[in-house]
Design a protein around this ligand. Structure first.
Ligand code: PPS
Length: 569
């Protein structure tokens, strides 16, 4: 592998003067407010992290990338970098037009000269890029349930970088890193990609990898978007900073990468390699199940654990970065040191703590031994992940109107208040409609807005250590899932399906609404003239026929106890 010349790589920014002028002119263009993921993509397009891309993919490039991992000119590129927009916005734009791309505060970051407007085949994209059209894959879920239906493609002119207020000194563009490597005289650089906190085993394996490649080490964590449910990047960066002191000075540096990961396993590994080449690296550590998304809807891994390494090896020359094998390091008790698992003799006592076990210990406030992690890292993790019994959480009831959601929710609220310890808020369907969503009706669109508002409030309550109890109908699986993702960043989400049958609800007809719905006087009535998608795997399903309310609420309490969310006292 040839050494990098570390010369600057092309960026898409115009000069400061032109940027001021362009910004002024762009004020009158149609403008698109970028989503958080699009902002991440745009930053790496503009700063050369996605070199050789010059903008969002055109239809020909998109087709090539999806089908063959190649741009239309044959260059290797594994990931569709597309600007997905709503139908309404796409209707206002034609190829040949320029549009302004704005961040979420309305600041113009770039201008896109639209050359292509096209409707992707999302099922095909899911199959080819992520390996399966399965909503259990976070990026496939994003593709179908969050991304807009139309893609705009064309070259981008960069006006300014997205603004970051956090860890400014730790963020580098590819050219800034290249300049740093030149200044330090580093010629061989191993990149370590990560979205998790580093513990002793990672420190051992990264340092060992760098030593074996006779290279310096770049810890290059992703701080853009990672897998839903991951530890937030603020905590992780504080953890990384604590670990950085453990490396011999001048061998290792750390830089934050504002990448929006897709968890696409093998394709993602190749993409990560290209991004690291652009940042001046010569080597990259590719581990077992690199960028793996977890289990599919059948409970199996999406990718073979070695698929990423195999694909990386196949394209290594074109990527321009050499793969460094990731060895699983384990602690050998007799010698009190880390060693590669495959080099430890039979009979030796191996100590290891899996990710799941670590989460359990954090959740339950149990000991995390010093051989496993650094005390400063554990302190940081405990600060953000206090034991579950001290964290906020959300109980989300869903079911037909009149199923008993509100009654059980009320009983649960009273029982939790009797226990004390955390503030409890009830977001009942009817009450929310009165105070938060009074202007909304019952179309799919309005129901979704309503549920997302409830989800937002519940996520804030959860984040701040309270208990939110929600009791809307919430008929759509995708919307319930979006709420789950909002909340699981901060605490547990306990979905409770109140499984009273529609026949029973209609028989009870406590508010007289079913009668009106049957007579056609209420339109779009859930279960009568509107759909209800039954939750497939809620945390709890309660039957209410022949069971009293107290008992139903008690079942929820038992579930909360078994999840460690409330004390057993
Ligand atoms: S949704 O779908 O989750 O947004 O619905 P939600 O906010 O829970 O509101 C449901 C309550 O509104 C009354 N109502 C209707 N429900 C369903 N379909 C239609 N068309 C409708 N029109 C009015 C009904 O009383 C629901 O209250 P609950 O507590 O569920 O009985």
């Amino acid at each position: 592998m040839s050494l990098p010349n570390l010369a600057p790589i092309p960026e898409l920014y115009v000069s400061h003067e032109s940027a001021q002028k362009l910004k002024h002119e762009a004020g009158t263009l149609p403008s698109w407010d970028l989503t958080p993921r699009q902002i991440c993509d745009l930053e790496l397009l503009m700063n050369g992290g996605f070199n050789p891309l010059k903008g969002f993919l055109t239809e020909a490039d998109y087709t090539g990338v999806v089908e063959e991992m190649r741009l239309a000119d044959g260059t290797l590129w594994p990931m569709p970098i597309t600007l997905d927009v709503s139908e309404a916005f796409a209707g206002t734009v034609e190829p040949g037009q320029d549009i302004a791309l704005r961040d979420q505060e309305g600041v113009i970051l770039a201008i896109l000269s639209v050359t292509d407007k096209y409707t992707p085949n999302k099922a095909r994209e899911a199959e080819m890029v992520f390996g399966a059209d399965d909503l259990a894959h976070p990026a496939v879920n994003y593709l179908h349930n969050q991304a807009g239906p139309i893609y705009l493609g064309g070259p981008v002119v960069g006006i300014q970088q997205p603004v970051h207020y956090d860890f400014k000194a730790r963020r580098d563009t590819p050219n800034e890193l290249r300049a740093f490597f030149r200044k330090m005289g580093w010629r061989r650089i191993v990149a370590f990609q990560t979205r998790n906190p580093l513990h002793r085993a990672h420190q051992e394996l990264t340092f060992r990898a760098a030593r074996e490649a006779q290279a310096n080490l770049l810890i290059h964590p992703v701080v853009g978007m990672t897998k839903p449910g991951d530890i937030d990047h603020f905590t992780r960066v504080r953890c990384y900073e604590a670990v950085l002191d453990q490396y011999p000075a001048t061998t290792t540096t750390m830089s934050l990468l504002n990448l929006a990961m897709r968890m696409a396993g093998p394709r993602e590994a190749v993409w990560h390699g290209i991004i690291r080449r652009n940042h001046g690296c010569t080597h990259m550590i590719v581990g077992r199940d690199h960028a793996g998304p977890g289990k599919n809807s059948a409970g199996q891994d999406f990718y073979d654990p070695y698929a990423a390494q195999e694909m990386f090896a196949k394209y290594q020359d074109e990527i321009g970065v050499e793969m460094v094998d990731f060895k699983q390091m384990v602690f050998v008790q007799e010698r009190a040191q880390y060693e590669p698992r495959d080099e430890v003799e039979a009979g030796a006592t191996i100590l290891d703590i899996s990710g799941t076990e670590l989460r359990r210990r954090l959740a339950e406030g149990l000991e995390i031994p010093e051989w496993f992690s650094f005390p400063d890292v554990v302190t940081e993790l405990r600060r953000t992940r206090p034991p579950r019994a001290n964290q906020g959480f959300t109980v989300f009831f869903t079911g037909f109107s009149g199923s008993g959601k509100s009654t059980i929710a009320n009983a649960l609220m009273v029982k939790l208040m009797e226990m004390g310890g955390r503030p409890v808020t009830l977001l009942d369907g009817d009450v929310v409609r009165k105070h938060l969503s009074s202007e909304l009706g019952f179309s799919k669109e309005h129901r979704d807005i309503n549920i997302k508002r409830i989800g937002y409030v519940a996520s804030e309550i959860t984040k701040n250590g309270g208990i939110a109890i929600c009791a809307p109908i919430a008929p759509y699986t995708a919307t319930r899932r979006a709420v789950r993702e909002m909340i699981e960043q901060y605490g547990a989400f306990v979905e409770v399906h109140v499984a009273t049958s529609i026949e029973e609800c209609e028989k009870r007809d406590r508010k007289g609404l079913y009668k009106l719905a049957r007579e056609g006087k209420i339109k779009e009535f859930t279960g009568i003239s509107d759909p209800y998608e039954v939750p497939e795997s809620p945390e709890l399903r309660v039957e209410t026929e022949n069971v009293d309310v107290d008992n139903c609420a008690h079942q929820v309490i038992l579930k909360l106890e078994s999840m460690g969310l409330i004390g057993r006292g």
